[in-house]
Write a protein that binds this ligand. Structure first.
Ligand code: GLN
Length: 446
């Protein structure tokens, strides 16, 4: 743990991944674990881990990278934090992100700009950009992020590491500051596929405090990890290698397909015809849920309250106007509009219907295939500042990751080569609760 903090101090000036360090308490926990002794079959014991700053940590500042929660110290731990403690992992601190996880580049953070671990002029991706950059730069071996429309997989791709969004319901969302409750999932970032499986082992499982967690038994995700992909049937949606995907990314994915074939998998082209509506559907559903979830930040119950207010109305209006950044306000307005009486049928209801069609596309493919393969993101990491003023282009970049969230499926990004010195991510998507298949394929490939 001491060495980890020494490394963080050396690397932070380069990547700017952390918002809060937990040094004193982390060293204290490490000493306690030393004194207690390490359980021989707990391979995670004593390993430092970083935490995305939308996961609440008792008595440790949790901001969601928003001015709204700048000085918020939660009075309880998220379920995943309790589980990491039970596994004797050590929380070293809280990682930067897009404000309330809304964004794809970590540039909507109210506090700082995190840099890509490979090139400091490039974005780290988002919204879990801090979680990815901290692992890729070697500050920590593992971190937790959250993924609503790609926020674990895309930054993993941009930083050349492994990122897993588990099946919806696999990991408790209790204590995850809600963005879009029907889409959010917490998952691990690591350097290797096996490490990732180990961390997912620790955080998974049903939780009485989150009714959407599943009663499905949690297997040991490392079990069978080395069994290879011989005979596995892999589908490549033609929409995932179509227009808008950069040539260098396409070339890396084609190489990956050849590798899987050499390893004995059968790879075939399929179609997910409704995936082209994914971005539109997502920005209606996610923003609608966000507009409702963010109602609680009213200047009274949590966080920031505007000074010099005279009426109750002014407490709400001024606190929210000053506490939220532009991107968050944009989502609240879009969501409120979609849910309004006059527009609900044409927007929210229609989006929910098309979401079902997207789910059915996947179900049809999984009748014949074990996995879906494609790129994680249409391009490698772009320049800091390059897209921040163009929200629609930014939204369109999520086209390859969003359908997975809409269908509640597990998806993983693993490194698949470089272009111009920047990593390219390969995305694997499995049927619900088939994370083991993802790890087996990822392990064979890496
Ligand atoms: N980039 C997407 C958005 O801005 C996804 C974010 C996420 O997964 N949290 O909503």
């Amino acid at each position: 743990t001491k060495a980890t903090f020494a490394g963080i101090k050396e690397k932070e000036p380069v990547v700017d991944a952390f918002l809060t360090l937990n040094e004193e308490k982390a060293l204290q926990t490490a000493r306690e674990i030393d004194a207690q002794g390490i359980d021989a079959d707990n391979v995670l014991a004593g390993i430092p881990i970083g935490i995305k700053d939308n996961i609440v940590t008792k008595d440790l500042r949790t901001t969601a990278a928003s001015k709204m929660l700048e000085n918020f110290e939660p009075i309880y731990d998220a379920t995943v934090m309790e589980k990491l403690q039970a596994a004797q992992m050590i929380n070293v601190g809280k990682l930067n992100m897009d404000e309330f996880a809304m964004g794809s580049s970590t540039e909507t953070s109210a506090f700082k700009k995190t840099k890509n671990a490979w090139d400091q002029t490039k974005v780290p991706g988002g919204s879990s950009g801090g979680s990815a950059a901290a692992v890729a730069s070697g500050e920590v071996l593992a971190s937790l992020g959250s993924d609503t429309g790609g926020s674990i997989r895309q930054p993993a791709a941009f930083n050349g590491i492994v990122g897993m969004k588990p099946t919806y319901g696999r990991v408790s969302r209790y204590g995850l500051i809600a963005f879009a409750s029907s889409l959010d999932q917490i998952g691990p970032f690591t350097r290797t596929v096996k490490d990732n499986a180990l961390v997912l082992n620790a955080i998974s499982g049903q939780d009485a405090r989150d009714f959407t967690t599943s009663a499905q038994p949690v297997p040991d995700f490392t079990q069978g990890i080395a069994d290879g992909v011989k005979g596995m049937k892999i589908a490549v949606p033609k929409e995932y290698l179509g227009e808008g995907v950069a040539e260098d990314v396409k070339a890396a994915i084609k190489n990956a397909i050849t590798t899987f074939e050499t390893l004995g998998a059968k790879v075939e082209e399929v179609s997910l015809p409704h995936s082209k509506y994914g971005v539109g559907v997502y920005y209606i559903i996610a923003s609608s849920e966000a507009s409702s979830n963010l109602e609680r930040f009213d200047g009274i119950r949590y966080g920031y309250r505007a000074p010099d207010v005279k009426t109750l109305e002014e407490v709400y209006v001024k606190s929210r106007s000053q506490g939220f950044g532009d991107e968050v306000k944009r989502r609240i307005m879009l969501g409120t509009f979609s849910l309004s009486a006059g527009t609900y049928d044409a927007f929210f209801k229609k989006a929910a219907q098309v979401r079902t069609l997207i789910c059915q596309d996947f179900a049809k493919v999984y009748q014949d295939y074990d996995l879906i393969l494609g790129p994680t993101a249409p391009t490698v990491a772009y320049g800091l500042g390059e897209k921040i003023d163009d929200p629609v282009t930014m939204y369109m970049n999520d086209i390859l990751t969003i359908p997975t969230n809409l269908a509640g499926l597990p998806g993983m990004s693993i490194p698949a080569g470089f272009s111009q010195g920047l990593p390219i991510g390969l995305q694997l998507i499995a049927p619900q609760f088939a994370e083991q298949t993802l790890y087996r394929a990822g392990y064979a490939f890496e």
